[in-house]
Design a binder for this molecule. Structure first.
Ligand code: SAH
Length: 347
């Protein structure tokens, strides 16, 4: 019988299994804490449990691990990029970023992506599979082990569309915030989406507090549909309506991501149209000169992004140009995994 991946179980799911094993409830609390607070890698390390129980757990469950295949440390700042190999041989990327307010880690939620955004390296070779909740958590745990420090915040902005792996992402957030384990406040977790509207509505029902970031990238439906196929299903007006509802129910502001691409969405006219769309909304615009990827000719310039910001600010919209971290270590997500995949297929 295949063993159960214990790191992917929420506290309630683990409790159910422990009760089925005929063990008292408090054992579930102990085990959950060993896994998510003390981050043990083997049942043998759960020293508050009897040896026979550790053995029974070992027969029923497994504790997965990720292998660090590459570790690129930036020489410009303290950014570290990991290429992890998953238990089934696939790869994902995770980035460790140090800011004055603490350490933030950018995690992947899928192997590949089916969203098809034109400027994104993660989606070019298509979708392989969803990550389990445990695999999303492990990206953080392995990095913390490697760095010998705990992270302060998490952004779901690596490879994949988090809302396209909805159930596992929700389990990940439940495990992370459970008081029996790490008890992390979801205020420190930012979920970035390309705009799967029905799932944005569901999010407020299922978890509370998570910060929402929406990848907008154009104020025009026509242009957005060209660069982001998801816009053919959910138009900008619908998306912004979902954001307004999110702001209303959560009281939190929404961030809009905008990759400034020369000649595509970078004109002063675009900034004006964007400002008109967002007027009166409790939001913030995060501008980033697009990171060039090998397969496309898109280019970004910091000066253009700054001019875009100025126009937005003049029209009363909060905007910043994102500081680029780790620019010497292929920080544009998806590129490391693509290279590893290509190296393997060449062999
Ligand atoms: N699928 C989610 C999260 C992953 S991408 C989403 O779409 O939001 C994280 C962010 O990086 C998104 O805003 C995405 O649009 C942006 N991005 C992807 N490729 C980029 C590139 N080459 N340059 C700049 N930003 C990029």
């Amino acid at each position: 019988m295949e063993r159960i991946d214990i790191l992917s179980l929420t506290y309630e799911e683990l409790l159910e299994e422990i009760i089925l094993m005929g063990e008292p409830k408090f054992r579930a609390k102990q085990i959950f804490s060993w896994l998510h607070e003390k981050k043990v890698t083997e049942f043998g390390q759960m020293t508050t449990l009897s040896l026979p129980l550790r053995k029974r757990l070992e027969e029923k469950f497994c504790i997965n691990a990720l292998k660090i295949t590459k570790r690129l440390a930036s020489s410009i700042d303290d950014t570290v990029k990991y290429l992890y190999q998953l238990p089934d041989g696939n790869y994902v990327e995770t980035v460790w970023m140090e800011y004055h307010h603490g350490v933030s880690v950018c995690v992947s939620t899928q192997v590949g992506c089916r969203m098809g955004c034109q400027f994104c390296a993660s989606t070019i070779a298509g979708f392989v599979r969803n990550l389990t909740a445990g695999e999303i958590l492990l990206q953080i745990y392995e990095a913390e082990r490697d760095m010998g420090r705990r992270i302060d915040s998490i952004v779901l902005m690596g490879i994949g569309e988090p809302l396209d792996n909805y159930d596992n992402v929700i389990s990940f957030m439940r495990i992370l915030s459970d008081p029996n384990g790490r008890g992390m406040s979801l205020r420190h977790v930012t979920l970035s989406t390309c705009g799967l509207v029905p799932k944005i509505y569901r999010l407020t029902e299922d978890v509370s507090g998570v910060t929402l970031s929406v990848s907008l990238h154009s104020p025009s439906d026509e242009r957005r549909s060209e660069i982001m196929p998801v816009n053919r299903s959910y138009k900008i007006a619908e998306l912004l309506e979902a954001c307004r509802s999110y702001i209303k129910t959560t009281g939190r502001r929404v961030t809009f991501e905008y990759a400034v691409i020369e000649g595509i969405n970078s004109a002063v006219q675009d900034a004006k149209a964007l400002a008109a769309l967002l007027r009166g909304m409790q939001c913030h615009v995060n501008l980033i000169p697009v990171n060039p990827i090998a397969e496309r000719s898109f280019r970004g310039r910091r000066k253009t992004a700054e001019l875009f910001q100025k126009t937005l600010e003049e029209l009363g919209i909060n905007a910043t140009v994102r500081r680029t971290l780790g620019s010497d270590i292929q920080a544009a997500c998806g590129q490391l995994r693509r290279n590893a995949h290509e190296e393997e297929t060449r062999r």
